[in-house]
Design a protein. Structure first.
Length: 135
C-alpha cells in the first residue's frame, strides 16, 4: 500500500512539473540591450523574443534606464514595423502594451525611444516578452 501511495505522489509531482513547463514556455522573457539615440529617435534590441501564444499583450521591464526624461517602448517585427501599443518603459516595473498583433512562432524585438527633448544618447538594459500573460 505504501508503494502505491508513493507512486501516486510521484505521478502528481511529475504532472505539476509538466504543467509549470507549459506556463514557462508560454511566457519567456528576453534580456535586451539598446543604444538609444537622443532627440526621440528609436533604438532596437538585437536580441529577439519568439511569441509563444496568441496573447494580445507584450510585456516590458526596465533594468537600467540612465536618462532622466524616460523612454517609451513598443514591440516590433523583423522589418521594424510596430506590432503593439507604445508604452512608458519603467525601471524595475512591468508595463504591458495592448494590441499585440504579432503571430506565434515569429521573432519580435523591442523598439525604445528617448523623449524628443532628451539631449543624450544612452545604453539601456530591459527585459521583454512578445506574449505577456496577465493572469
Amino acid at each position: 500500500m505504501k508503494r502505491r501511495n508513493k507512486r501516486i505522489v510521484y505521478l502528481f509531482v511529475v504532472f505539476c512539473f509538466l504543467l509549470s513547463l507549459g506556463k514557462i514556455a508560454a511566457e519567456s522573457w528576453t534580456t535586451g540591450y539598446v543604444s538609444v539615440p537622443s532627440g526621440g529617435r528609436p533604438g532596437y534590441t538585437e536580441e529577439y523574443n519568439i511569441k509563444q501564444n496568441e496573447s494580445r499583450w507584450a510585456g516590458f521591464w526596465g533594468d537600467s534606464l540612465p536618462n532622466a526624461f524616460g523612454y517609451t517602448v513598443a514591440l516590433v517585427n523583423y522589418g521594424k514595423y510596430i506590432r503593439s501599443d507604445t508604452v512608458e518603459l519603467r525601471k524595475l516595473e512591468t508595463t504591458w502594451a495592448d494590441n499585440n498583433s504579432g503571430k506565434p512562432g515569429y521573432y519580435y524585438y523591442a523598439r525604445v525611444n528617448s523623449k524628443f527633448y532628451e539631449p543624450n544618447w544612452s545604453r539601456i538594459t530591459l527585459q521583454f516578452t512578445a506574449a505577456y500573460d496577465t493572469e
